[in-house]
Design a protein around this ligand. Structure first.
Ligand SMILES: Nc1ncnc2c1ncn2[C@@H]1O[C@H](COP(=O)(O)OP(=O)(O)O)[C@@H](O)[C@H]1O
Ligand SMILES: [Mg+2]
Length: 251
């Protein structure tokens, strides 16, 4: 059985950055091999990880609508395409979902994509999934349980409300989530504490706060220089704070 960690939250809150930090943490703990799943249609987890992406599952599915090479069944060909989309790296592999299917798409292709992803995930003790705000796209592609869901928010009261709304939407999907943890990212440093009103909102929304990541100048600098934040030094403030959270929740 693999342990599945998913990251969700509003756009721009730091989901992909956090997914990269989780993968880095697992690698450092020698907990590979890891399957990284980019379930955001605007795939960019590969940039955070600093690896190449040749194609996506969405593209493979599109190709299914065209002619399958002679002498191959649709299933075999699709599996071959999924393997081709898998980016293999040291300690982790990355697969990106790409764009969700448009109108006129066939359920058969969806079912097959689901089968392939389920097949793939079986090979890894850890799966880390970077999502769009909610997890609709991912839920359509798999029925697997999520052991740990991180919901990322910034430190404003409104963003906490948004996080709780996203949590409610995810609950309506056909996914079983074992544990849900709120992470507040990009917190301005004021002795590490959040304003009382924000904490009150967290409580009122029945969110479990796992920890706070500070605004980190090193992340900004890496971004600016086009360097993958996956390679941030261990002593970066946000990386250190993230590790304390992961120690608590990821076995
Ligand atoms: N703790 C942080 N400190 C500074 N910048 C951050 C921090 N976390 C994320 N960022 C930056 O914020 C932007 C959005 O982050 P990203 O992970 O792409 O968000 P999302 O995947 O939720 O859209 C990126 O430019 C990223 O480098
Ligand atoms: Mg992202």
């Amino acid at each position: 059985m693999s342990f599945t960690v998913a990251v969700s939250g509003k756009g721009g809150t730091g989901k992909t950055t956090l997914a990269g930090m989780i993968i880095r943490y697992l690698l450092d703990k020698k907990k590979g091999p890891i399957l990284a799943v980019d379930a955001d249609s605007n795939s960019n987890l590969n940039e955070v990880l600093g690896v190449e992406l040749r194609s996506t599952i969405g593209e493979a599915r599109e190709m299914m609508k065209q002619d399958v090479p002679a002498g191959m069944t649709k299933d075999v060909w699709f599996e071959y395409k999924v393997q081709e989309a898998l980016s293999e790296n040291r300690g982790f592999d990355l697969i990106a979902m790409g764009r969700p299917e448009g109108p006129g798409c066939y359920c058969a292709a969806n079912t097959l994509a689901r089968k392939c992803l389920d097949l793939l995930t079986g090979n890894y003790p850890y799966i880390v999934i970077d999502n769009e705000a909610g997890m609709e796209h991912f839920s359509r592609l798999t029925t697997r349980d999520v052991d740990l869901l991180f919901i990322v928010s910034d430190s404003s009261r409104r963003s906490i409300l948004t996080a709780s709304r996203i949590r409610d939407l995810i609950h309506q999907l056909d996914l079983r989530i074992v544990r849900e943890i709120l992470i507040i990212n990009r917190a301005p440093e004021q002795g590490g504490a959040l304003p009382a009103d924000v904490l009150k909102e967290v409580e009122q929304q029945k969110l479990q706060l796992g920890g706070i990541l500070p605004e980190d100048e090193a992340i900004y600098r890496y971004d600016l220089e086009g360097k993958p934040t996956f390679q941030l030094p261990m002593d970066s403030k946000a990386v250190q704070a993230s590790r304390q959270i992961f120690e608590k929740y990821i076995q």
